[in-house]
Design a protein around this ligand. Structure first.
Ligand code: HEC
Ligand code: HEC
Length: 322
């Protein structure tokens, strides 16, 4: 995710470094010339030429100065593309909302399911909001906007959505969750993850094999019925299905749903290793299930071809006899 940060990074290209250097020289020579002949020549032709050069160099566009999204542009785009579902005030009450499998997000609350910030804050990161606009949440009826809106337009929408909630007022974009304790995937980690899956009670909602069924009747924060995800169908996930992303979801839980955060005390986090092992386990488990599904499909296709072939031979022979 190539995110423009809210505050431009102070990184200068070679031209700008040169310009700053020249500027510093100009100041010194200006002081000198004032001392010697201040009244008659406030700026020597060389100084003016240098200043012009500096201005020109500073105006060269520089990639490191990214612009944050525009709330105004975002509002206009929202009224064209989002209002039907999310409603004119962003409260999730658009005219199409009643026909969707899930209630569209109420942006005035400021809570998002995709959240890669640490569990110590309620805020999602700008990059998270950008991600869900880009990729959508197909299982829930939220379309992906990657091919419809430009990068810039999606960032403008991020700025607009944030402006709808008090939660983001004057708050800097939170830092991402620290992933420094990462445990690389390995057969041992997967084995430990399988045990930890039961220890942290994931099976109570996701079932013993990760495919459900849930033993609980769950409701989301809007009061609507919600089903735990089939963890072997990563194509239905609303977030990425990498170990890092799954670790982050287990850590934060999924805001607005009954899926809990798995950190008891953020200052004394004793479950970190378990969460990494579970993330590795889920990625492995999903790949295995996918392999099984593919094999089963191949068997069905193979058997169908055999039956079709046998049928064709049978009818050909019968027709030849007749
Ligand atoms: C066809 C209906 C529909 C349209 C159009 C639509 N959305 Fe959504 N959107 C949804 C639904 C439904 C959800 C809730 C998904 C869920 O809770 O799993 C959602 C959720 C979201 C979320 C929440 C993501 C999160 O992490 O919780 C964002 C952000 C969002 N939409 C932005 C937009 C933007 C921006 C537009 C316009 C460019 C838009 N949506 C257009 C239906 C829609
Ligand atoms: C109280 C019930 C509950 C428990 C306990 C629970 N989950 Fe969930 N989980 C859910 C629900 C509900 C969803 C679906 C949320 C949605 O659709 O927005 C979900 C979704 C998920 C997803 C899908 C994320 C995505 O991107 O779509 C993953 C992965 C996941 N859970 C892993 C786990 C793991 C691992 C554990 C144990 C550490 C766990 N869950 C414990 C209820 C639960």
């Amino acid at each position: 995710m190539d995110a423009p940060s809210k505050y431009p990074a102070v990184a200068l290209n070679h031209g700008q470094i040169m310009a700053v250097y020249v500027l510093s020289r100009v100041k010194v020579s200006g002081t000198n010339s004032r001392r010697s002949n201040a009244a008659s020549r406030p700026f020597s032709p060389v100084t003016v030429a240098c200043l012009v050069l500096v201005m020109a160099l500073l105006s060269i566009p520089c990639g490191s100065f990214a612009t944050p999204g525009s709330v105004e542009n975002g509002a206009a785009l929202y009224m064209v593309h989002c209002v039907q579902c999310h409603g004119p005030g962003g409260k999730g009450d658009g005219t199409a909302a009643q026909y969707l499998p899930r209630r569209p997000r109420d942006f005035t609350e400021g809570l998002y399911k995709i959240k890669t910030s640490p569990p110590t804050t309620m805020l999602s990161r700008d990059e998270d909001i950008y991600y869900s606009i880009t990729k959508g949440m197909s299982i829930a009826g939220m379309p992906p906007w990657e091919k419809v809106l430009t990068d810039k337009q999606r960032w403008d929408l991020v700025a607009y959505l944030k402006s709808l909630s008090d939660l983001y007022d004057d708050e800097p974009n939170p830092e991402p969750l620290d992933l420094g304790g990462r445990i690389p995937p390995s057969p041992d980690s997967v084995k430990r993850g399988n045990r930890a899956y039961f220890k942290l009670l994931c099976h109570e909602c996701h079932g013993e094999t990760g495919q459900g069924p849930s033993i609980k009747k769950l409701r989301d924060d809007y009061g609507d019925r919600i089903w735990p995800r089939d963890l072997t169908r990563t194509d239905t996930f609303i977030g990425p299905a990498t170990p890092d992303a799954i670790y982050t979801r287990i850590t934060n839980g999924i805001p607005l749903t009954p899926m809990p955060a798995h950190v008891k005390n953020p200052n004394n986090d004793q479950l970190e290793d378990l969460r990494w092992d579970i993330a590795n386990y889920i990625v492995w488990r999903a790949a295995e299930a996918q392999k099984l599904r593919r094999e089963r499909m191949l068997k069905i296709v193979g058997a169908s071809l055999v039956i079709l072939g046998a049928g064709m031979i049978f009818f050909r022979r019968r027709n030849a006899r007749a």
